[in-house]
Design a protein around this ligand. Structure first.
Ligand code: URA
Ligand code: SF4
Length: 208
């Protein structure tokens, strides 16, 4: 029997709700622990991701893995996905209509995984999760709460990869992510994630 998240992922694999299904090789639902504390949301699959059916497996993915390691996390500790699950042709930006068609999948993933922190990578992910008035350049490194979850906007690793000053900025924002996690752990020491709704609320109010 598939669990609820696996059902969402199997819906994604067969989805035809927007044009992007026509040109994809494979849909890329995302991967990581189903109870991850941290979730990363990028823009959309590129060529490597489309071929392999896995998120962030190209150069940006290698850099994301390094960024995680810089704060003592492994890639397999976090859940990684995108705002659209199918590759836009020639790596064009996903259209608003495509992002909207795909958004229910992302919302289901957030609801079912129930992470503490969602890192929005790059402006398209940031606006999708936070609203059109937000952007990477103005809001990176500034966490805010939406419902029960903390959203941390960041530059996209692909943008930061070849730009020395953005690289410094994204490394800095990953250190902030580490501090946010540590502060949550200090406030709720050793409590299993699933049984602490009230403690969690308190955490968010205190730190965001
Ligand atoms: N860039 C993204 O935004 N997502 C991926 O999965 C890979 C590269
Ligand atoms: Fe469906 Fe999303 Fe793929 Fe569009 S991008 S076909 S909405 S899974």
């Amino acid at each position: 029997m598939l669990n609820e998240l696996e059902l969402v992922h199997s819906d994604i694999m067969g989805c035809t709700k927007c044009e992007l299904h026509k040109s994809r090789t494979r849909a890329v639902p995302g991967e990581g622990p189903h109870d991850a504390r941290i979730m990363f949301v990028g823009e959309g699959p590129g060529q490597n991701e489309d071929e392999q059916g896995r998120p962030f497996v190209g150069a940006a993915g290698k850099f994301l893995t390094e960024l995680l390691e810089s704060i003592g996390l492994k890639r397999t500790d976090v859940f990684i996905t995108n705002i659209v699950k199918c590759r836009p042709p020639n790596n064009r930006a996903p259209r608003k209509s495509e992002i909207e068609a795909c958004n229910p999948y992302l919302q289901s993933q957030i609801r079912l995984i129930n992470p503490r922190i969602v890192c929005a990578l790059g402006t398209p992910a940031i606006t999708t999760l936070m609203g059109d008035e937000y952007s990477a350049s103005r809001h990176h490194g500034k966490p805010s709460t939406k419902g029960e979850v903390t959203i941390l906007p960041m530059y996209h690793p692909a943008a930061a990869l070849y730009d020395a000053s953005l690289k410094e900025t994204i490394l800095h924002d990953f250190r902030l992510l580490k501090r946010l996690l540590e502060n949550m752990e200090t406030l709720n020491p050793g409590t299993p994630k699933s049984s602490e709704p009230s403690g969690r609320k308190q955490t968010l109010e205190k730190w965001v």
